[in-house]
Design a protein around this ligand. Sequence first.
Ligand SMILES: [Zn+2]
Length: 421
Amino acid sequence: MIHAIENDILRQISAEKAFEHIENIVKFGVRTAGSAAAQKTEAYFAKTCESYGLHAIVEDFTEKCYEPIQTKLTVTSPFSKEIECTAMMFGGITKAEGTEGELIFVGRGREEDFQGKDVKGKIVLFERNPDFSTDSFYSEVNLASKNGAIGAIMANYQPWPFNGTLESGLFKGEDRLLPIDPLIPAGCISSESGQFLKNALEKNALTVNLFVDAISGDRLTSNVRCLIPGTAFPNERIIICGHLDTEGNLGANDNASGLSIMLELARVLSEHPSKRTIELLAIGCEEVSSMGSLDYCRRHAADLKEIVCVLNIDMVGVGGDLHIITEGRWPDRLIPTPDWLYLFVKATAKELNYKVKFDICPLGTSDEGRFNDAGVPAVFFWKPGDEHYHSSLDVPEYVDPNNLKVVAEIAGLAAYRLANR
Ligand SMILES: [Zn+2]
């Protein structure tokens, strides 16, 4: 049964107001961790919470970051043509004149694809596997480098460049960036550009020039905590979180959608304090290895036991069924969510007459993974159906504002009830 005060909360959540936050946030630009746009987003989150009379705490940490500045791929011989290309995150940075070499196609870029091919001094072109979706192209680019290639290009299976990364894709924080020696520049292109280059290679040898400029190295980034103090047990808290950084794109869905829901819940729940504290936590540096939530868990090791649970919201503004994730699968770890928590969220959704699905996440975990690993029950709200994930097409036009309200209602009611239990 939904109480009058709960009904009040649900009614006040505004899809329009949440969507306005997304429009405001994308105006800051591409907010890769450590960038000026990420800093502006941190300040926006804190200021908006403060405008509701809440206290915001900024917790800085240093992390290895990679901010692409400019990437160019040009066919230089036997004809001249520029090809749309984005930087592979954590790839090499070229000199001003770029890295130039003969282009060679190496299929999927697996060990067997390199056999019998002389890629030494050349730039390899490989295709992303549509049957095995991963963000990490460490293995392909590492193999290219080991075999003597001087650059690598990944062609997407979709008609836009996918922003890949050379992070290992492993859960263990220390293994986030495995060595590639020498580190070569790498770019990402669309399926159409990939097909064009393959066709051209069948007729002639091609020379291409890859230019990558980026800021790479340790940078300061932050988690921003906004607290709605509990009236009876202020030390105990329920966290609603979402990451604020993006993977080389505007991230209207990934994850301004999560930020917008937190800000809308900050506005509404600040008017309805509960027995326990509700913390709205904007996390820096989630892409791809959740280093921001790892910093939070390490910094707060002594008070993690005061956290009742974490509701993590990441990519819920675009299409498809709303999933409640029961387990994240990393290549090196399986991380389950405790049964009681996902069942509680599902029961809350059911009471609101919303349909949600349970599923595992084959890509690993979002920020909930670090909390579960640290023994704090955490669950992940996710819509897996965004085809524009990690591309320049993750823009507000594709976000349905009403999706934001649905997730804000489920997460808000679940948090409110847990905070008053
Ligand atoms: Zn995300």
